[in-house]
Design a protein around this ligand. Structure first.
Ligand code: NOJ
Length: 792
């Protein structure tokens, strides 16, 4: 008997070792794989393998409970409420721009008198690392002089890189990172963002955005990973792992903040911070999965949805903040409000008659820290509420315990002082290279009639359009300033125009802007729309179209949050006029779209020979666009959303079949579908095989397919596996993405991929808001191949 047990143990161990070795081999292959230009980049052969590994890599939780309880015992009510208070930098500094300095009297009030636990952001614009050392150093010095010496947790919005730190590396915005379908690259990007943020002395980033991008009007669409919860959850987990690492106290990592929990992006009218109506089963199917996964990946903090769902503002939604986040997901970090959102319960949402009542409601619903952030009202009200017994001491202790835990985990109690020796980690050449690789892999070639692309370098080229010569458009919001709108702050990087000139020779390139996008004065307020389009010299552009080919760069300026609201998804009339005039010349047009959301194109894409979607690719985006246009990089991005043809024809790929069937000629069908993206080579799919034709819910189903590079160039392909539930108790979507791979294939090379699907992949959230797996027929599709199986 004992001998048998031993044999069994040996068998299990060797199986495990075998699997681990197999896995290690896979990872080794990833690390050595390179594209045709010799850049190291990873192959992801199975998104699920990446995902499961990422969850496991979170590292052990440290138990600091004794220290935390000892501190809590000593804290006064005022000190506890101070920890729950977050102010913006403006509250402790004087001066503007780079002359901003800590004001000792203001600092003393914030830290000395109120014991404020957290400070955020910049006043006005990105600061040099030295400025950050000075400011953060003084804040932590002040904290050290308080009775209990509790360090302050500083947080900034490192949305697509450490944007508020001068010289930091900016990556494509999340929507572009999603288009890479490469979670390894996402993780690398957020590792760099974390390293650079921490190098400036800041241990907390308000990222990733895990809202789902299914409402393209929403001005924060570019901050999302697009419309699909599976792709977004894999990329979101990669983002969190990159930020936090296995030990967030290390000098290369920071705490993440999952935002905006939850439902913020699904506003009915598409405007920022406006109401959403989301049935709970839909919420659980489409909105919750990214947050659920990122909590499992170990994220330390969560920021709350500023808007309302079904009439309940996010900041008082006890069901979402307590029942789901704490009891179901088991989140044990702290919850921070968004900007001024407790006040807005009175001024905007009108669910509370005064701020004191709003404070009570929000804290009781589960807000642990209030981003007040411009006065001390929160602290004053909460102290009064606690004294009256309207907020129990236990609730305050719970919030403070969570905040202290994160401060311990970040190592702030050991040393919260910035370390100037880390300055050399900001803006390293290899970080820039990673950003370039991400920008390249995000480039999504949506049309290429007659192989117009790649362009030969000898041709005469007209470059025109308002986004051709703009780092602002390439980066969009959260770039040096909140709105990304300050040209003087951008580093010396080639725009699309300059990168094309560098490749084709300035003598072969004519640049005429045609139209421009400027910002309305005072547009950091709620003036809408923020970006104003105007004609510049359309006629001159038409004359210059005597060139061989026209690169027409259209899209958007920069915006974020409420200033980015637009009343119409259609591209502005000046750009459409430019396009019509250029296209009337009959010259072949390469349309390059630089935009944070899919602006509808009024026939421009239909009349263009080639279309390249660039999203907001960041500072290396000009280079990346030119690399693809001239064939120095073989494009491999895939659209992470459904591109509408007309503003009122919004669909997602996982629509119900009947939503557009029969309307194909009425402009209802999308301009481009989710997952679309061409290459300069061709990929052939064959041998889609299912491990069984009939399974039970306990059998995993293996799905394999062979992909061959059937063209003449090396390239990367995104292999997408979709499942369709053919009959279900709630009318089923056409298909849902369940797995993907991103692989590199040399010409003629083939790879057989094997995915494993489990019952979870066949389930949906039923009418009772619970996951259900229903027996019946399913279809698996990959690269145009389809196979059916039955679940018994
Ligand atoms: C408001 C935004 O909604 C949020 O995303 C951001 O993190 C905070 N402001 C802090 O800047």
């Amino acid at each position: 008997m004992r001998f048998n047990a031993l044999l069994l143990a040996i068998f299990v161990l060797s199986l495990w070792l075998g699997l681990t070795a197999h896995h290690a081999e896979k990872i080794r292959r990833l690390a050595t794989q390179s594209d045709e230009r010799g850049l190291v980049s990873a192959d992801i052969e199975d998104s699920d393998l990446f995902f499961q590994d990422a969850l496991r890599a979170k590292g052990p939780d440290r138990d600091n409970s004794q220290k935390i309880e000892a501190l809590l015992k000593q804290m006064t009510l005022e000190e506890k409420v101070g920890q729950m208070t977050q102010l913006t930098m403006e509250m402790i500094v004087t001066g503007k721009d780079q002359n901003v300095t800590v004001d000792p009297a203001k600092l003393d009030k914030a830290i000395g008198r109120y014991g404020v636990g957290s400070i955020l952001n910049v006043f006005d614009q990105a600061l040099t690392p030295d400025k950050w050392y000075d400011i953060v150093g003084r804040i932590q010095d002040a904290a050290k002089k308080t009775r209990l010496r509790i360090p302050v947790i500083y947080g900034i919005d490192s949305i697509h890189g450490a944007n508020y730190i001068r010289g930091a590396t900016l990556f494509p915005q999340e929507i572009g990172m999603a288009a890479t379908w490469n979670p390894e690259l996402m993780k690398r990007g957020s590792e760099i963002a974390a390293m650079e943020t921490r190098a400036a002395g800041i241990p907390w980033s308000f990222s990733p955005v895990l809202d789902i991008g299914r409402q393209p009007l929403w001005p924060r669409f570019y901050e999302t990973f697009g419309e699909d919860p599976y792709l977004a959850k894999v990329m979101g987990v990669a983002f969190v792992r990159g930020l936090e690492g296995s030990d967030p106290s290390s000098p290369d990592h920071v705490a993440a903040s999952l935002k905006h929990y939850m439902g913020y992006s699904l506003s009915l009218n598409g405007r920022d911070r406006t109401p959403a109506l989301i049935p709970e089963n839909y919420l659980r199917e489409y909105v919750l999965p990214t947050f659920d996964a990122a909590v499992k990946a170990g994220a330390r903090t969560v920021m709350v949805n500023s808007a309302d769902i079904n009439g309940t503002p996010g900041h008082i939604n006890h069901h979402i903040l307590k029942d789901i986040l704490r009891d179901e997901l088991g989140f044990n970090g702290f919850v921070v409000s968004d900007w001024e959102d407790i006040k807005k319960l009175v001024t905007v949402w009108r669910v509370a008659a005064n701020e004191k009542e709003a404070t009570r409601m929000a804290v009781m619903a589960g807000i642990d820290m209030s981003m007040v952030p411009l006065d001390y009202s929160f602290a004053d009200h909460l102290i009064a509420l606690a004294k009256e017994g309207a907020v129990p001491q236990a609730r305050i202790d719970e919030a403070v315990r969570r905040i202290l835990r994160v401060k311990f985990e970040l190592g702030l109690f050991d040393n919260a002082m910035p370390n100037p020796a880390l300055k050399s980690k900001i803006g390293l050449p290899e970080s820039r290279q990673a950003s370039l690789q991400a920008a390249r892999e995000s480039m999504t070639l949506l049309k290429n009639t007659g192989d117009l692309l790649p362009l030969s370098k000898e041709r005469k080229i007209l470059v025109t359009g308002p986004t051709a010569d703009s780092l602002i458009s390439l980066n969009n919001g959260w770039s040096y300033v909140w709105q990304g709108s300050e040209p003087s702050l951008y580093p010396d990087r080639p725009t699309i125009r300059r990168a094309i000139e560098a490749k084709a020779g300035a003598a072969n390139v004519t640049y005429i802007p045609g139209t421009k996008i400027t910002r309305r004065e005072g547009s950091t307020s709620n003036n809408n729309p923020t970006n104003i389009e105007a004609e510049v010299d359309i006629e001159a552009a038409v004359r210059a179209a005597a060139a061989d080919v026209v690169v027409l760069c259209l899209g958007e300026g920069s915006y974020c949050e409420t200033p980015g609201n637009i009343p119409d998804l259609m591209l502005g009339e000046p750009q459409r006029k430019l396009a019509r005039a250029i296209q009337a010349t009959g010259k072949p047009v390469v349309l390059v779209l630089v935009e944070g959301r899919p602006r509808t194109l009024d026939g421009i894409a239909d009349n263009a020979a080639a279309v390249l979607m660039a999203y907001n690719p960041g500072n290396e985006g000009g280079q990346a666009v030119a690399d693809v246009l001239f064939g120095d990089f073989n494009p491999c991005g895939k659209l992470p959303f459904t591109y509408p043809r007309l503003p009122n024809a919004l669909l997602t790929y996982d629509r119900k079949a009947f939503e557009n069937e029969g309307f194909d000629n009425a402009g209802i069908s999308p301009q481009f579908e989710f997952g679309d993206g061409l290459s300069y080579t061709t990929f052939n799919y064959k041998d889609l095989r299912l491990g069984a034709k009939t399974i039970t819910r306990n059998d995993p189903l293996s799905v394999s397919v062979t992909v061959t590079n059937s063209g003449r160039r090396a390239g990367k392909e995104v292999v997408q596996l979709y499942v369709s539930d053919l009959v279900a108790s709630l009318s089923p979507p056409r298909k849902r993405l369940k797995r993907f791979a991103k692989i590199y294939l040399a010409p003629g090379q083939s790879k057989t991929l094997t995915f494993r699907l489990g019952a979870d992949d066949l389930s949906f959230i039923g009418a009772d808001n619970k996951p259900v797996v229903e027996p019946g027929e399913f279809e698996v599709s990959i690269g145009g191949l389809k196979e059916r199986f039955e679940l018994k």
